[in-house]
Design a protein around this ligand. Structure first.
Ligand SMILES: [Zn+2]
Ligand SMILES: [Zn+2]
Length: 334
């Protein structure tokens, strides 16, 4: 396995850049190229497959086997709320912990496809317990999983009491499938705006700074946030209090927000086993956000950063635009 090879190159500072830089979603390019659009969304390593479909499947299994029946959620009780917390915490531990174990403890692929040569810090007073991993696990499993669980429990209670617009899979299967497919998109739009809001200096200083202590990132960094940021970050589930939804949609929405950041913060471009064949787990776009702070507030699949001037694909042109914008805005983090 090579450290650089045909996939990209590492510079003198130890920063590795993939050969293929983030590309905007072809849906927003003109003229429209149908084949490219279909491949981007439905091809392997595309928008839906494998990861977003995998998260949807996790949500379906959770709803069927690991969610208290609505008859139980009519009244708040610690028992069923604790069951949901346990399910969420176990799921996050399996995904973030599994990735962390393979990439950072076993160092299963060394520094191949790793964006920076540095490993996570174990001696730094800016982190809780002076240890980046312990800090990240702590904020993820306490505030992160608790607020995620609270949003879910509140919604299940509201569904059970007939307070939310409910739609059945049996009577509206097409609508239900389409809404499932739209949830990642709706979530990314919401994420972009609450993330930009989090970079408003007063809010950054009291909450978002905590996530940004992770300049170098690992899988547990994804959900490592301040409680104020968790409240904002998970608040997208409220869409299902307005849009007619099934509880599964709400569970998928929150679960996507809860577990997908683990993969979005691996610090590795690709997950490989023995050779260079593997799954692209591209998080370079967000990695650049952690490195430079003032770019890439959203995801590359949506053109919001492009439209609002904060897009940086890591190219010389992207870096120059970032520096020009910074000079214009001064030292702000927004
Ligand atoms: Zn992040
Ligand atoms: Zn940020």
């Amino acid at each position: 396995m090579t450290d650089s090879g045909v996939w990209g190159a590492r510079d003198a500072k130890g920063e590795w850049q993939p050969e293929e830089l983030p590309k905007p979603n072809p849906l927003f390019e003109r003229p429209l190229k149908l084949k490219t659009i279909l491949k981007y969304h439905f091809g392997f390593n595309g928008f839906f497959w494998p990861f977003n479909l995998f998260y949807a499947l996790l949500a379906a299994v959770s709803w069927i086997y690991f969610t208290p029946a609505l008859e139980r959620t009519v009244h708040f009780e610690w028992g069923w709320v604790a069951e949901i917390y346990l399910r969420n915490a176990v799921l996050l531990t399996l995904i973030a912990g599994g990735l962390h174990f393979w990439l950072y403890i076993r160092k299963g692929q060394g520094t191949a496809f790793k964006y920076t040569k540095n490993w996570l810090t174990t001696q730094n007073a800016k982190f809780t317990f002076k240890n980046q991993t312990y800090d990240n696990v702590f904020w993820s499993l306490t505030s992160g999983c608790m607020i995620w669980t609270a949003c879910e429990a509140l919604s299940l209670w509201a569904y059970a009491n007939g307070k939310l617009p409910y739609v059945s899979w049996r009577t509206h299967p097409v609508y239900c499938v389409l809404l499932m497919a739209m949830i990642p998109v709706l979530r990314y739009i919401h994420f972009y705006w609450v993330h930009r809001l989090s970079h408003w200096t007063p809010l950054f200083r009291i909450s978002h700074y905590l996530h940004h202590r992770n300049v170098n990132v690992g899988p547990w960094s994804g959900l490592s946030m301040h409680p104020i940021e968790h409240l904002l970050y998970f608040s997208g589930f409220l869409m299902h209090w307005i849009i007619p939804s099934h509880p599964l949609h709400m569970i998928f929405h929150l679960m996507h927000a809860g577990v997908s950041p683990a993969l979005g913060h691996t610090g590795f471009h690709k997950l490989v086993a023995k050779n260079e064949r593997g799954i692209i787990a591209d998080n370079y776009f967000h990695y650049l956000h952690h490195r430079y702070f003032t770019v890439n507030f959203g995801v590359e699949a949506l053109p919001l950063d492009l439209w609002f001037g904060s897009y940086n694909d890591g190219s010389a042109k992207g870096n120059a635009a970032m520096l020009a914008r910074r000079a214009r805005l001064g030292n702000r983090v927004s």
